[in-house]
Design a protein around this ligand. Structure first.
Ligand code: ZN
Ligand code: ZN
Ligand code: ZN
Length: 67
C-alpha cells in the first residue's frame, strides 16, 4: 500500500495551491513555489520565501522578490 504513484494523475484540480502567490502549480513548477530562496536581502519579509513570492516592502532591495 505504500507504493502509490503520485505522478499518475492528470487531474488539474489536484494541483496544490501556493499560499505565497495563490496560484495552483504543476509539479514541474514546484521548485519556484516551494523552495526557499536565500536572497541575501536585508529584508525580513522575503528572506526565505520562494521565487514566486512578491515582496511588498517598499524598502526591499531584493532582486529575486521584487516582481
Ligand atoms: Zn507561488
Ligand atoms: Zn527577497
Ligand atoms: Zn523583501
Amino acid at each position: 500500500m505504500s507504493n502509490i504513484d503520485v505522478r499518475n494523475r492528470g487531474d488539474a484540480s489536484a494541483r496544490p495551491l501556493c499560499y505565497h502567490c495563490l496560484e495552483s502549480y504543476a509539479s514541474a513548477d514546484a521548485d519556484r513555489h516551494t523552495v526557499p530562496v536565500s536572497c541575501e536581502a536585508v529584508c525580513p519579509r522575503c528572506k526565505m520565501m520562494p521565487a514566486c513570492y512578491t515582496c511588498r516592502n517598499m524598502y526591499c532591495a531584493c532582486e529575486v522578490h521584487q516582481h
